[in-house]
Design a protein around this ligand. Structure first.
Ligand code: FES
Length: 696
């Protein structure tokens, strides 16, 4: 009687749970491929790349109905030993292309071995970002030239990539690579590592070739090009991780602080636009060069860059005169996403073959930065109504839910970044970033950037960076003004009360108005840092623009309130939700529904850098988002004026007042020159706010 043949071993992959039976001797990588398990491979099983690492498990797996013995996989082989000796292999790991199936086995695929690994992005709730980069590496064996079968070296390389990796046979060679191609093929002994760019919109392109597999893989840059600052993240295109980050001031500031003054510069000065284009491209290139040097990365491995910027920066970067953006109907030269060679943007610090992707703009005043914020924060996937505010010199606002998303931009000016404030400065060590005022005494406690101590903590003075307090940054001035309002030193119209009216000895006469002294360092050669009436007015103008933009979107959406607010932008991350709401920067909302998202535009740029699917998503989103124009909306002016009061002249802010009762003194002339002592009183009645003109 012939014995019944043993069934083929059962192979179970985790975490996917995919399972199947395979003949003894089948490589784990082959089993994974056949089951559609996401197990990476760059070298095609040659034991060079280690991307196929797996972690086999032994023991009894009741849940899966298998018992795995120590000999379920073939013994450790010479290729694995060579790899371990050369580059190291963690204990318990096997190379999936070398280990073969010998018995029932449970195999864990660690996240770093998954080609489409998911990266959890806490900044956008629980959403995950799947790695799906446009540029990938392949190790390939190329046929040597043959006199009897004449063909070009690139033609044979293309045929090999098609046969061994399924790369489309429409592959082209980037012209910048062609001069080096033959040398690399011969140096590599006809086995080379090839980088292929394929974003799904055009024929794939060969953008890199190495005789040996580059150990660290490929890299790209996600750049957020703002009016004031340029921020860049150097990312690993395999893992999606940020390897190095850096930022510089936008050198175009010397042509104008805000966007419209740069448009004017271009209009008034022949060659002005070209001058600004050259300035920003040089700054970008230097930033990339410095980041690569800091991270020790060969520029030849920097193969992609994704850029986000507002419409004016977008045009100036691309070498387009922004004049049309300065006048209605604010037409963009092109609103869709752009794909080009990075060198066409003057970026010589990357590989000469590197590709650039510029995210799409939404409309004339709502740029690729807003599209990137939408990609990162996904208001279009929100079940509740969310307002996303990207606070900067120019604020971008998005309001929406699954039904639709509206967007606008609002010219807040640079006050929120500490500019136009008497003692204002950029967020840097030594700047006041946190303020608390005691309503009973009017005394202030401070915290500065670079120190974890409050000013009334022991050791505060000794721990000051640079030995002194230097000024106040954006989040500091927001807290200072809001705390003054909460302590009754400032009325709803924005007027600072006199020392007599407030009983506060920190308030001092300042011309025909008053100032509140936050810190007096003059005795030790430091500065006097006070909040002046002019500072309050600058903050009122900025916050009115922000709030008016939000109200305009709410009108358009047909809503009186929002369910939650996301504060985005590098600066947004540092704003205290309570203080922002006391100022009326954002609409009334439960405080626990206000969240900071950090630099969401930069996150969106990273997503687009790492994923072709994210590019498709942002391109669809940009066409779906409805732009609301603030510049020509009559209601914007109305909302702007009403928003001048703190928190607002007409909107009662019941949720805020239930959480933090606001005293409502009145220090205007009509109230008797501010003779009433009002500090510390809580009053939930609405005080009509003074208009801007009344506060000279
Ligand atoms: S596939 Fe490259 S080492 Fe296994």
């Amino acid at each position: 009687m012939t014995p019944t043949p043993l069934p083929d071993p059962l192979v179970i992959f985790l975490p996917s749970g995919k399972r199947g039976r395979f003949a003894r001797g089948t490589p784990v990588l082959t089993a994974a491929r056949q089951l559609g398990v996401d197990l990476d491979s760059v070298c095609g099983g040659r034991g060079i790349c280690s991307r196929c690492q797996v972690a086999p498990a032994t023991g009894n797996f009741a849940k899966h109905g298998v018992t795995v013995t120590a000999d379920a996989l073939s013994p450790w082989n010479a290729v694995e030993e060579r790899y371990r000796a050369k580059r190291g292999l963690a204990h318990g790991r096997r190379l999936g292309c070398q280990a073969t199936v010998q018995g029932d086995v449970v195999i864990d695929v660690p996240p770093e071995s998954q080609m489409h690994r998911q990266i959890v992005r806490k900044s956008a709730g629980d959403r995950v970002m799947a790695m799906d980069p446009a540029t990938r590496l392949f190790v390939v064996d190329v046929a040597e030239p043959d006199m009897h079968d004449p063909s070009g070296d690139f033609d044979r390389l293309r045929a090999a990539l098609t046969a061994q990796w399924g790369v489309a046979d429409t592959l082209r060679c980037d012209p910048a690579l062609l001069p080096r191609l033959q040398g690399v093929l011969r140096k590599g002994g006809w086995q080379v590592a090839a980088a292929v760019f394929d974003d799904g919109t055009e024929a794939p392109r060969l953008v890199g070739l190495w005789p040996d597999l580059p150990a660290g893989g490929l890299y790209g840059l996600a750049i957020d090009l703002g009016s004031t600052t340029i921020a860049a993240h150097l990312c690993d295109l395999t893992a999606g991780s940020v390897v190095a980050s850096g930022g510089v001031m936008n050198p175009q500031i010397r042509f104008g602080e805000d966007l419209m003054s740069r448009v004017s510069y271009a209009m008034m000065n022949p060659g002005g636009a070209q001058e600004m284009t050259a300035a920003v491209r040089t700054a970008l290139d230097t930033l990339v060069r410095d980041l690569a040097a800091e991270a020790g990365i060969d520029p030849a491995l920097l193969v992609e860059v994704a850029l986000v910027c507002n419409p004016v920066m977008h045009h100036l970067l691309l070498g387009i005169d922004p004049v049309e953006l300065g006048q209605a109907p604010f037409a963009l030269a092109q609103s869709g996403a752009l794909r080009m060679a990075a060198r066409d943007l003057g970026l010589g610090a990357l590989a000469p073959t590197a590709r650039a992707y510029v995210l799409p703009c939404i409309a004339g005043h709502v740029g690729a930065d807003a599209a990137a914020v939408a990609l990162a924060e996904a208001p279009d996937r929100s079940d509740d109504l969310v307002l996303v505010v990207d606070v900067g010199t120019n604020a971008e606002l998005l309001l929406g839910d699954r039904s639709r998303v509206l967007a606008c931009s609002s010219p807040t000016g640079p006050a929120f970044e500490g500019a136009q404030i008497s003692a204002g400065q950029r967020a840097a060590p030594g700047a006041i970033e946190r303020v608390r005022i005691d309503p009973a005494t009017g005394a202030a406690r401070l915290r500065v950037i670079g120190s974890d101590l409050w000013s009334d903590d022991p050791g505060f003075d000794a721990g000051l960076p640079g030995g002194r307090i230097t000024g106040i940054c954006g989040s500091g001035i927001i807290e200072a003004v809001a705390e003054m309002r909460m302590a009754g030193l400032l009325d709803a119209s924005g007027l600072i009360g006199s020392p007599g009216a407030t009983g506060c000895d920190r308030i001092v006469p300042d011309g025909r108005t008053f100032s509140y002294v936050l810190h007096d360092g003059r005795a030790t050669g430091g500065p006097l840092i006070a909040v002046t009436q002019g500072d309050i007015r600058a903050i009122q103008l900025a916050k009115s623009a922000l709030y008016a933009g939000a109200r305009l979107l709410m009108d358009e959406f047909g809503t009186q309130g929002v369910d939650r607010v996301v504060l985005a932008g590098a600066f947004g991350a540092h704003i205290s939700p309570l203080h922002a709401m006391v100022l009326g920067m954002i609409p009334d909302c439960a405080l626990d529904k206000v969240r900071s998202a950090g630099n969401a535009a930069g996150t969106g740029a990273r997503m687009a850098l790492c994923s072709r699917a994210a590019r498709r998503q942002v391109e669809t989103l940009a066409t779906r988002i409805v732009k609301v124009e603030t510049a020509i909306a009559p209601r914007f002016q109305e909302h702007f004026v009403a928003a001048n009061a703190l928190p607002h002249a007409a909107d009662p802010f019941p949720l805020l007042r239930a959480h933090t009762p606001l005293p409502d003194p009145s220090f205007g002339a009509a109230a008797g020159g501010g003779r009433r002592r009002a500090r510390g009183r809580a009053n939930t009645s609405d005080t009509p706010g003074g208009r801007t003109q009344e506060q000279a």
